[in-house]
Design a binder for this molecule. Structure first.
Ligand code: PLP
Length: 446
């Protein structure tokens, strides 16, 4: 090993790469050569340099999302607005008034950040932001119904993905599940029959990631709220995606708006910060001041508290909603969802032209009509027409080309459809088109 590290082609690596990384890469290369399958490398320097480069890479790296899935949970859900990024940098690069009352010069409340804005934008009395919606729901149910029954429709015992299932969350909160109705139809009478002295709350959950049609029925939230209040128990409404804007003029109207859930009478409304709200990963709770006071005092609120970077990004994102037009323009998720067909076609043309110019030897990309997806369990049935850029992978096949694109210096995550690699410009920032073209060119050159 010492001799290997002294080889000029290897020792030169030590000028730019930490010794520990070069040593680990050299060990890997030697182990591989001993196994004998690839034989002894002709050029140890190149072999070790390649391995060292891979080892020195961060695992959490930015990627270019060419899938057209706007809220891609595996790719980090919502990209943040510019002002949210500025707020994070400002708060995280120094000290902040995280838990400090500047007027009094004494301890303040972390839970106050974003509180007024959340209440103002949703019409609720009070608000609280914690780590994510899953923890917000556990906190809400534990606060109002620990040791008691929570009445839920069988049609709403849903799995959101990533091991989030309503029955499991509910049990972990210390409440008992009282299922009512059937998968497709639940009536107010079903709820009425289940209510009793052991009831702690009624829970309504938005069917985020699927659509039921045909012979289906569920009582309206207004009627559930009235019923809950007649029985002196709260209605907890998990609306999922945290839609604050009115997107109905863009044909997107199947998601509940948070303000509507509040107006319909829910005592606690739960939603995510990084889905349609377009902010950082958080779980927001809005609703009755009395119940939110109890939530804030619950030790689980401490266990699921949000960090300062999150709170800074949330507050800055919420500020943009004070003017609905600003929100649509500045919040990337809303901007991507509301791109017009004409704009998408224009972008697809520009992307295809950049790729064609970058790899002149390959057949130029085709354009094709296609569909984007909202993702993140929102607007599951929504039709989001787009123009796709279609790459013919040639003899190596689409999966191999898609893999090469993912493993490049700037990873590009594309879709494979009908044995072609397709790129959806909806989720690609225009300023990243040259990077996408370079990645395709590098893949073509291989
Ligand atoms: C996404 C979702 C959740 C979970 O939200 P996280 O912020 O990912 O924890 C909970 N409930 C519903 C209805 C959802 O759609």
């Amino acid at each position: 090993m010492e001799r290997l590290l002294q080889e000029p082609s290897v020792s030169v690596l030590l000028e730019s790469t930490p010794r520990s990384v070069v040593v680990a890469a050299a060990r890997e290369a030697v182990a591989r050569a001993r196994k004998g399958r690839g034989g002894v490398p002709e050029n140890w320097g190149a072999e070790i340099a390649e391995r060292a480069k891979r080892m020195a890479r961060r695992s959490l790296r930015p990627v270019l999302n060419a899938t057209g899935v706007v809220l891609h949970t595996n790719l980090g859900r919502a990209p943040l607005a510019a002002s949210a990024l500025d707020a994070v940098a400002a708060v995280a690069s120094g000290y902040s008034a995280l838990e400090f009352d500047l007027e009094a010069g004494t301890r303040g409340q972390r839970t106050d950040h974003g509180r007024r804005l959340l209440a103002e934008l949703t019409g609720a009395e009070d608000a609280l932001a914690v780590n994510n919606a899953a923890s917000a729901l556990i906190l809400a149910l534990n606060t109002v119904a620990e040791g008691l029954e929570v009445v839920v429709s069988r049609g709403e015992l849903v799995e959101i993905g990533g091991s989030f299932r309503i029955p499991d969350i509910l049990r972990k909160s210390g409440a008992r599940l009282r299922e009512v109705g059937t998968t497709n139809r639940t009536h107010l009478d079903d709820y009425i029959r289940a209510l009793g002295p052991a009831t702690g709350a009624i829970l309504k959950v938005h069917q985020s990631n699927f659509v039921q049609s045909g012979f289906v029925h569920a009582p309206h939230a207004v009627d559930l709220a009235r019923l809950a209040h007649d029985h002196r128990v709260p209605l907890v409404h998990d609306v999922g995606s945290g839609l604050l804007s009115d997107l109905s003029s863009f044909g997107l109207n199947s998601e509940p708006r948070v303000a509507d859930a509040v107006a319909d009478g829910a005592d606690l409304v739960v939603f995510s910060g990084d889905k349609l709200l377009g902010g950082p990963q958080t779980g927001c709770l809005v609703g009755s001041a009395a119940l939110l006071g109890r939530c804030r005092a619950n030790p689980l609120a401490r266990a699921s508290r949000a960090d300062k970077m999150t709170l800074a990004a949330l507050e800055a994102t919420l500020e943009l909603y004070r003017d609905p037009a600003v929100a649509l323009r500045e919040i990337p998720v809303l901007r991507m969802l509301t791109l017009s067909a004409g704009e998408l076609e224009q972008r697809a043309r520009a992307l295809a032209a950049a790729i064609a110019a970058a790899c002149p030897a390959a057949p130029p990309p085709r354009l094709a009509a296609g569909h984007s997806v909202t993702g993140g369990g929102s607007f599951p049935g929504a039709d989001l027409p787009t123009t796709l850029v279609v790459l013919d992978p040639g003899p190596r096949g689409a999966d191999a080309l898609a893999l090469t694109l993912r493993l490049g210096d700037v990873p590009v995550v594309a879709r494979v459809e009908d044995r072609m690699v397709v790129l959806d410009p909806r989720t690609l920032p225009v300023h990243a088109f040259p990077d996408v073209a370079a990645a395709v060119a590098a893949a073509c050159a291989e």
